[in-house]
Write a protein that binds this ligand. Structure first.
Ligand code: F6R
Length: 602
């Protein structure tokens, strides 16, 4: 989703901003722009629809500038276009801003203050910059006061970077609900919505909190709240290895990230092992879970699918009843809660606005919570009581792969630790089981040629497809279908195998691909029977089964693992099928249309 960068120092601001925007490309966007300025107050605005490469080719290399702001836009108000791309400027040309988030009362603000202004874009962002200019002019306010007065009038979410052309020695920033970081350098400072954008410049970052304003010069970062009180905050070191952000020899990040999964499993075991080689999680985090009478997972998309598997793991190993909810539903249609609930938020990015709105409400009710995330210091991590990290390394491809398996592995580790604490598990074996999983994953990622040819055979021309399964296989079918639809654009449904005949089988026609997952002994025969029912109606059927339950004609046989961990392995061929299908269809695998990596609006 939208990304922000800002720089003030003495080097070429254009290049630093463009490089930063390239590092944010993975988040998904449809237009981009930069505004740069030099000490002589000469400002230049460049905007373009489409990729950063297109913006780059539009930027005049002869322009000299040592400060500026930049933005990647994912359209919310107004179509993707140059006109709607950020930065936006006030009518008098004095102020320039970039903005992430959504201003909910933009129509009211427009009606109250800006009737006289001819707006040039359809965005809510333009309202902000025109409002700043209005207060600066009509009330003769300095920039900070005009900025504050404007944002106090706004309702909604925002991360904003602002430049006042009459004072090019300062870049201003403000935040509410949308993430924003300030980066400290030697003789320069930066602003970014994601540390990845500026990790080449610095690894020292300070978080801006909700309802704070920052005044950033090349020497100083000053943070204050809306009442003008100065806030001192220590910087932290962003533990990002810039090598992790590169594709290396891989054609796409998604393939690299699929291949990294065995290593992530092994790393997780090491990270959660104590000096006696037992799995361990800090006792203060374990005890509220152990003592809770019900666990509520909240998550979206792929992370929700990880939660479905996590429910089975927690219930099997800890006996604690567990519910899994889609965050965008839970916050506004909250079910009756148990007496002593514990909340677990699952989020790769730790920034998903749908989950955050639930967390804010649960915090207001003083319920304890845990966030399972890949991003240390992310909003959900900071605002929940506890955090467990995925240690998966940055996930750049929009389609989540290694984060999904890492989420399940962390939930498995948590389940075993809590189960042991409750005295339900006498002989923990998760360390060995995850080692077996890592080896099984490796053998599957080594089967790329076979899976690529299955993708060509089954998925190259179809317009729809089905994954079916029961139990754990149903949960994986949902994730497999999401992965295929989001990057191949094939309409795909994940279905409980037994439900097909209750209606949906009407969609099966000659050649419809139906892929069955068969890893659970007790239901294997039933799922195979349901697959036969589709075959009898012309479906092009494929079976992914587990060693021991396989039959000679099965197409992919995954190695045997502890059945409760089967999703970690059975999902791998489905990820590769999606990857090759998208590749063969000529799609941009890493940046599928309309999607964003970090979904920071509700
Ligand atoms: C799909 C995908 C999304 C995310 C969802 C939640 O491949 O990545 O469905 O899982 O947007 O994002 P996080 O996990 O960052 O909260």
């Amino acid at each position: 989703m939208c990304g922000i960068v800002g720089y003030i120092g003495s080097r070429d601001a254009k290049e630093i901003l463009l490089h930063g925007l390239e590092k944010l490309e993975y988040r998904g966007y449809d237009s981009a722009g930069i505004f740069v300025i030099n000490e002589e107050n000469n400002g230049h605005l460049f905007k373009e629809k489409g990729r950063i490469a297109a913006l780059r080719s539009k930027v005049d290399n002869a322009v000299e500038a040592n400060a500026g702001i930049g933005h990647t836009r994912w359209a919310t108000h107004g179509e993707p276009s140059v006109r709607n791309a950020h930065p936006h400027q006030s009518a008098d040309g004095r102020f320039t801003i970039v903005h992430n988030g959504v201003i909910e009362n933009y129509q009211e603000v427009k009606d109250a203050y800006l009737e006289h202004v001819d707006l040039v874009s359809e965005t809510d962002t333009e309202i902000i910059v025109q409002l700043i200019a209005w207060f600066a002019e009509t009330e003769d306010l300095d920039t900070v006061s005009a900025f504050k007065k404007a944002i106090v009038a706004l309702e909604g979410s925002y991360a904003i970077a602002l430049v006042d052309n009459t004072d090019p020695e300062v870049v201003y920033a403000a935040k509410n609900k949308s993430p924003l970081l300030l980066g400290k350098g030697d003789g320069f400072n930066v602003i970014c919505s994601d540390a990845m954008a500026m990790i080449k410049e610095t690894n020292q970052f300070v978080e801006l909190m909700d309802k704070e304003i920052a005044v950033v010069t090349r020497e100083e970062l000053i943070i204050e709240n809306f009442s003008g009180e100065r806030i001192e905050r220590q910087s932290y070191t962003a533990e990002l290895d810039s090598n992790d952000l590169e594709k290396g020899t891989y054609p796409y990040y998604m393939l690299k990230e699929i291949d990294e999964q065995p290593a992530v499993m092994r790393r997780l075991v090491l990270k959660y092992q104590d000096e006696d080689d037992n799995l361990s999680i800090a006792p203060p985090m374990v005890s509220p879970i152990t003592n809770s009478d019900r666990i509520y997972y909240n998550a979206s998309g792929t992370s929700y699918h990880a939660g479905l598997v996590g429910k089975e793991l927690i219930e099997e190993m800890t006996n604690i009843p567990t519910e899994v909810h889609i965050s965008s539903e839970f916050g506004y249609h909250t079910p009756l809660l148990s007496e002593n609930p514990f909340f677990i938020f699952i989020s790769q990015s730790g920034e998903t606005a749908d989950s955050r709105q639930v967390l804010v409400k649960m915090n207001e009710m003083n319920y304890p919570s845990l966030t399972i995330t890949n991003v240390a210091g992310s909003t959900l991590s900071r605002e929940s009581t506890y955090t467990l990290l995925l240690h998966a390394g940055p996930e750049i491809a929009v389609a989540s792969t290694k984060a999904y398996t890492a989420q399940i592995a962390v939930l498995a580790i948590l389940s075993e630790v809590v189960g042991s604490e409750k005295g339900l598990i006498k002989e923990p074996n998760m360390i060995q089981d995850l080692g077996i999983v890592a080896n099984a994953m490796q053998s599957l990622v080594d089967e790329k040629d076979t899976i690529e040819s299955l993708a060509s055979d089954y998925l190259s021309i179809t317009r729809n497809a089905f994954y079916i399964g029961r139990g754990m296989d149903y949960h994986v079918a949902l994730e497999a279908a999401l992965k295929l639809k989001e990057i191949s654009y094939i309409q795909t449904e994940g279905f409980a195998a037994g439900e097909l005949k209750h209606g949906t089988i009407a969609l099966i026609e000659k050649g419809t691909p139906v892929i069955a997952l068969v890893t659970e002994k007790s239901v294997a025969g039933h799922t195979r029977g349901n697959l036969q029912e589709t075959k009898a109606r012309g479906a092009h059927t494929m079976v992914i089964s587990m060693d021991g339950l396989d039959r000679p004609d099965d197409h992919i046989v995954i190695p045997k693992v502890n059945p409760i961990l089967s999703p970690l392995v059975s999902v791998i061929p489905t990820q590769l099928l999606s990857y090759y299908c998208s590749l063969h269809r000529g799609n941009d695998v890493d940046k599928p249309r309309n999607l964003a990596k970090s979904v920071t609006v509700e």
